[in-house]
Design a protein around this ligand. Structure first.
Ligand SMILES: NC(=O)C1=CN([C@@H]2O[C@H](COP(=O)(O)OP(=O)(O)OC[C@H]3O[C@@H](n4cnc5c(N)ncnc54)[C@H](O)[C@@H]3O)[C@@H](O)[C@H]2O)[C@@H](O)CC1
Ligand SMILES: Nc1ncnc2c1ncn2[C@@H]1O[C@H](COP(=O)(O)OP(=O)(O)OP(=O)(O)O)[C@@H](O)[C@H]1O
Ligand SMILES: [Mg+2]
Length: 347
């Protein structure tokens, strides 16, 4: 952990922490009161809160043990990858493995499959997403998967999106946690009802994806002076689905709590960093739900998982930038996952 490691101010990480107890009603108290309490707490407790939230992340990480069998620490599926985009699903799926999942599957369009297979012998790649039986082909794997990451490199082809809609519906019916990113968010912006109220969904929009979703769900533009309120409002409007708005600081909310992650990264903004985040989050969501709220001290397991994935991605970015500067790419960041994970979580 950075502060304990003595890096002190070199790493600015801030979590604005849990505001309200689990006893809150579904839609919680008025927005203003949540935000007011968020910021008054934050002024006083930011560094302590950061440390406390990272401790909650540590609590959900399963210990390595000689008695666990292959698969127990996570079988993750990434739904994405088309003719244009093969890097994004690879980055997400390999990140899940590097964080500690045992098996990582990619369900992609047929044109993307040989390319993704050639990047890595470690991934299990299914060329099914553009098949007429796509939903069935993915559905038969669902009982063996702990979490899905939907959207990296998916593209916006209507036929593929229709199949992904079916896959999302099948996943919800089985109560499988889903992280929705990239073009998966495009689909959700067209049909918010797809994830409305699904408590095991986490959305990870970047700046543009957030604006699009906000506009689709709340029928108005984002107030750029009020990012925290905007994230809280979107989460509530979606029925308390967890939302992670990525940016200079990552803002996370489940409509009841707001967390802020400003773990020090770098100024390098190469493509693919968000894929590292969503792939890592797939594993952490599984671990957090397995651990349950007693390990997260009453905080939402999904929020704790999301805070962990944001901190880890930013720490990877920081470490890679120290070595490679302007030439840093997402592959350099993935090479840092092990060391970044140890630094943040294995103290
Ligand atoms: N190597 C690959 O295969 C990669 C593929 N990717 C895929 O590319 C597809 C499209 O993703 P995009 O992220 O481009 O989505 P969008 O097509 O919604 O575009 C986002 C746009 O927002 C802009 N933007 C980002 N942050 C901004 C900010 N703070 N202020 C203003 N503008 C901002 C970006 O420049 C980009 O043009 C997805 O399927 C995604 O997964 C990306 O993940 C990158 C890597
Ligand atoms: N201005 C910034 N300063 C520091 N970190 C940032 C900044 N913007 C984004 N990040 C971090 O970069 C990571 C990816 O966020 P980004 O907004 O680039 O996602 P994305 O556009 O979905 O990426 P991708 O190219 O993979 O699709 C997140 O961990 C986020 O915290
Ligand atoms: Mg993205």
């Amino acid at each position: 952990m950075v502060t304990r490691a003595g890096a002190g101010a070199a790493v600015a990480a801030t979590a604005v922490v849990a505001l309200l107890s689990a006893a809150l009603a579904l839609y919680g108290p008025p927005l203003d009161s949540v935000l007011e309490r968020t910021f008054s707490l934050r002024k006083v407790h930011s560094v302590k809160d950061m440390e406390n939230t990272l401790q909650l992340v540590r609590n959900i990480i399963p210990p390595l043990s000689s008695t666990t069998h292959k698969g127990q620490d996570g079988r993750i599926g990434v739904v994405g990858g088309c003719q244009e985009y093969t890097g994004a699903p690879y980055f997400a799926a390999i990140s899940a493995l590097k964080v500690g999942a045992d098996l990582s599957h990619v369900f992609c369009a047929s044109a993307a499959a040989p390319v993704i297979k050639a990047y890595s012998p470690e991934l299990i790649v299914h060329p099914v997403l553009d098949s007429p039986n796509a939903v069935h082909e993915v559905e038969k794997w669902l009982p063996r998967l702990h979490a899905l990451v939907v959207g990296p490199g998916l593209g916006r082809d209507d036929a593929l999106l229709r199949n992904v809609q079916g896959i999302l519906e099948a996943s919800k019916a089985r109560d499988i946690p889903v992280v929705i990113d990239a073009d998966g968010l495009w689909l959700v912006a067209q049909q918010p009802a797809l994830i409305q109220g699904y408590q095991k969904a986490v959305l990870t929009p970047n700046h543009m994806e957030f604006s699009r979703l906000y506009d689709a769900v709340l029928r108005g533009p984002v107030d750029s002076d009020d990012r925290h309120g905007s994230v809280l409002r979107l989460s509530r409007a979606l029925g308390n689905v967890t939302v992670v708005q990525k940016g200079e600081r990552d803002i996370l909310s489940n409509g009841q709590q707001v967390l802020v992650c400003s773990q020090e990264g770098s100024s390098r903004r190469c493509g693919g960093q968000g894929d590292l985040l969503s792939g890592s989050l797939g594993v952490l969501v599984h671990w957090a739900l397995l651990a349950g709220p007693e390990k997260t001290n009453g905080s939402s397991p999904l929020l704790v998982a999301a805070f962990g994935a944001c901190s880890l991605t930013r720490q990877c970015n920081h470490q890679a930038f120290q070595k490679h500067g302007r030439s840093t790419t997402t592959s350099d960041m993935i090479a840092e996952v092990g060391a970044a994970f140890s630094k943040l979580f294995e103290t």
